[in-house]
Design a protein around this ligand. Sequence first.
Ligand SMILES: [Zn+2]
Length: 267
Amino acid sequence: MMIDTHCHFDVDDFDADRAEVAARALAAGVDTIVIPGYIAALWPKLFSVCASIAAPRLLPAPGLHPCYIAGHEQADLVELERIVSTQPECVAIGEIGLDYFLDELKAPELKAKQQAFFRAQLELAMRYPKPVILHVRKAHQDVIHILHELKFREGGIVHAYSGGIEEARHYAKMGFRLGIGGPLTYDQSKRLRAVVADMPLQALVLETDAPDMIPQAHRDPAARRTRNSPEFLPSVAQAMAELKGLPLAEVETVTRQQSLAVLRLAS
Ligand SMILES: [Zn+2]
């Protein structure tokens, strides 16, 4: 069985058929799904979705996403701490990080606010202690710098990994795994494929990032199907197995073990 370490299964895209998708994901071999948060207003729904389905197991990772930085408030950090301190099912703090890719997030005051919220959430993760799920785009240097400065030792997952090999090794040394998803199946993902080929399997975990990042094989332009789904996770495992020249079963077993280890789950 596989673990989808990053799936926005709480969003409206799944409201109409969430139970059916969950059943298909389980049948496809996905028995655990981590659902990261992104804005405080949606944390209640995140927890109610996680409680609404027994299998696959749905694990909440509440947090404040850097792409929505303009709307985050100090009070959201207080609420996040209340949740993390009272709801033991929180498996991680996520998704948090820095995004310097989008122009609208690069204004100096927003960059500063991104960094402040990132630091505050890392410190929260250290207090409770929890791993983190990182969203990092064009900001690996600053993220690594901040992790070092805070002496962050809780580890976590660098979701939708987009960096190079040097940064990948750096994250691995700091106790992070790289989250690998649909982009591995895209022809244009040369750098990602090089990183996945080079890094030991023990440094990698699987994710879909559904409803985004649909694997190539499941795209259906004619039917206008673009919604990614946790049931498509086997395509990512398959692509990883082919790229690394390993049996699919080994990819499934090792990525599962690494997901459990980094999320501190017994099974
Ligand atoms: Zn995400």
